[in-house]
Design a protein around this ligand. Structure first.
Ligand SMILES: NC(=O)c1ccc[n+]([C@@H]2O[C@H](COP(=O)([O-])OP(=O)(O)OC[C@H]3O[C@@H](n4cnc5c(N)ncnc54)[C@H](O)[C@@H]3O)[C@@H](O)[C@H]2O)c1
Length: 256
């Protein structure tokens, strides 16, 4: 029997933006499945989500988003535990850098398998359920890297651009099934992925790169995820919401 609370499944839910999104959705009344590769980190993350929203039930589903059986298992566990699924948030990714002249096809495959193929495989599992259930919401964590480049990130930028294109195509194919698909595209966010790098930059350098002179807090990205999951009107689909503090619309002359 489906429960009365809406249910969200969040990949990459063991840390950073995924964890903050799981917390925000739990606070907004969802039960949550958090998916990731590291059981110990997931258990800690689940405790954090439960502390943030005591009424929420949190299911931990260890899975590699690149592994088909594990992805299917995480969705099956969610449906057998909660009896429903309303929201899929795809946040899993890992960052490794390589100048294109040194990038190997193995490094390319490793990135694309997680970021693009993993997003698509999870979205397919979510879609199969949403079509049967009469609708649902898909929210991908994309990146400003889908449209602007950083050094040594050709494979990451290409994979994220693929995720943005995937979301647009899904929105078109799935609108008639009441499935709304959007992307949140963060700029820099203070998470384990790049927090150390951002912390190492001097204030002047940060200001030269971002008009707010800082990285986002994960909760600032999660607020937009919650909006797309809970408040956004059905007509908002196929969109990308950039959350970068103004970084990608800024020219590079400093004030004064
Ligand atoms: N931090 C930033 O500045 C930033 C900027 C733009 C976009 N993003 C995107 O936000 C999302 C979340 O990243 P984050 O910044 O919170 O970093 P993070 O490292 O805290 O989170 C990524 C999570 O994905 C998990 N993961 C990695 N590979 C996986 C796999 N194969 N299967 C399942 N889980 C896997 C990791 O264990 C980790 O918990 C990513 O998609 C990232 O590309 C981050």
């Amino acid at each position: 029997m489906p429960g009365s609370r809406p249910v969200a499944l969040v990949t990459g839910g063991g840390s950073g933006i995924g964890l903050a999104s799981a917390e925000a959705l739990a606070r907004a009344g969802h039960d949550v499945t958090i998916v990731g590769r590291r059981p110990a980190a997931l258990a800690e993350a689940a405790a954090q989500v439960r502390a943030a929203a005591r009424e929420a039930t949190v299911l931990v589903a260890p899975a590699d988003v690149g592994a088909r059986d594990e992805v299917e298992g995480a969705f099956a566990a969610t449906l057998s535990t909660f009896g429903r699924l309303d929201v899929f948030v795809g946040a899993a990714a890992a960052l490794h850098t390589a100048n294109f002249r040194d990038l190997t096809i193995e490094g390319w495959d490793e990135m694309v398998d997680v970021v693009l193929r993993g997003s698509a495989m999870c979205a397919m599992a979510a879609t199969r359920h949403f079509v049967q259930a009469g609708g649902g919401r898909v929210i991908f964590i994309g990146s400003i890297s889908a449209s602007v480049s950083d050094f040594e990130l050709a494979h990451y930028c290409a994979a994220k651009a693929g995720v943005h294109a995937l979301a647009r195509s899904m929105a078109v194919d799935l609108a008639s099934a009441n499935i709304w698909v959007n992307v949140v595209a963060p700029g820099w966010v203070n998470t384990p992925m790049i927090g150390e790098y951002v912390d190492s930059l001097e204030a002047g350098v940060l200001l030269a790169m971002n008009p707010q002179g800082r990285a986002a807090r994960p909760a600032e990205i999660a607020d937009v995820v919650r909006f797309l999951a809970v408040d956004a009107p059905p007509f908002l689909t196929g969109s990308t919401i950039t959350v970068d503090g103004g970084q990608t619309v800024m020219n590079h002359l400093l004030p004064g």
